[in-house]
Design a protein around this ligand. Sequence first.
Ligand code: AHG
Ligand code: MN
Ligand code: MN
Length: 335
Amino acid sequence: MKPLKTLDEFIIDRQHDFPHATGELSTLLGSIKLAAQIVNREINKAGLADILGSHGRTNVQGEEQQKLDLFANETFKAAMEARDQICGIASEEEDEIVIFDSPRSRRAKYVVAMDPLDGSSNIDVNVSVGTIFSIYRRLSKPGTIPILEDFLQPGERQVAAGYILYGSSTMLVYSTGNGVHGFTYDPSIGVFCLSHEQIRIPKQGKIYSINEGNYLHFPEGVKRYIKYCQEIVPEEGRPYTSRYIGSLVADIHRNLLKGGLFLYPSSSPYPRGKLRLLYECNPMAFLAEQAGGRATDGERRILEIPPESLHQRSPFFAGSGSMVKMLENYLFSSE
Ligand code: AHG
Ligand code: MN
Ligand code: MN
């Protein structure tokens, strides 16, 4: 039996991946790991506790906040603030940046953008949900409070990014720019153990993931790509299959492991796309590229988009390199 390697041991082994951060990454990821364990516990008994359903408030996105959205937001905020490695966060559930204003937090070098609970609409029906995080080195001087510009950095400046998937098993998947690594939570001993080292996305996949309910509103190139995926190819039969969970973390995780293309185009309900650049598109694009795949908004690399506001949205296409290329052929062809 392969010896177990915990997340903490893995980070220490790979400390050289995260230069000039003697132990900071492990402390930072440690706070995320702790919060993930707490949120995981609530999700696993959500049907029993009074934590399902909506909270009756809407967030800055105009979306109804689920009780678990807020629970996850408060849990991750508290865990991050307690470890003094982060001077502030941006969150889907917070209108503005949240400043950690203690003298020790002010000296911290990092900021985090997060989606504390991704796929909220799936909670009440027991379908996988997730948490997404994106870590930057601050631009403002340590010793001061963080400023908006610390968070409006292009995705290629992320020093780490990852997600927790609360699925049939709970996994933490992250990258510090040296490959993507997955850890599966063993609740019997309360640790995340290395289970998927150096995840590489297959160059070509057979899965396309898109909410076809918006088909009529998609750009023409996306419509033509979907029809291409549905064509019967004589020697191959149906080369593609459609899989869409409606939780970005779950859809991306499956495509990372099996290959595939995730698409959330602009559509009339969402003229600039639905997914948020800072805490959904950028971290997922970082992981897709680190696993050997690609991520684009249809015109440029997601990671090169200069953010203008905390909650700005973007069209998002990410996954197997060959499938992104094929999609681009349809997006750029005029016929
Ligand atoms: P969130 O629950 O954080 O608002 O994110 C939901 C997102 C994402 O998880 C998923 O890919 C997408 O919304 C699904 O949107 P549709 O229901 O419009 O397909
Ligand atoms: Mn989300
Ligand atoms: Mn969310």
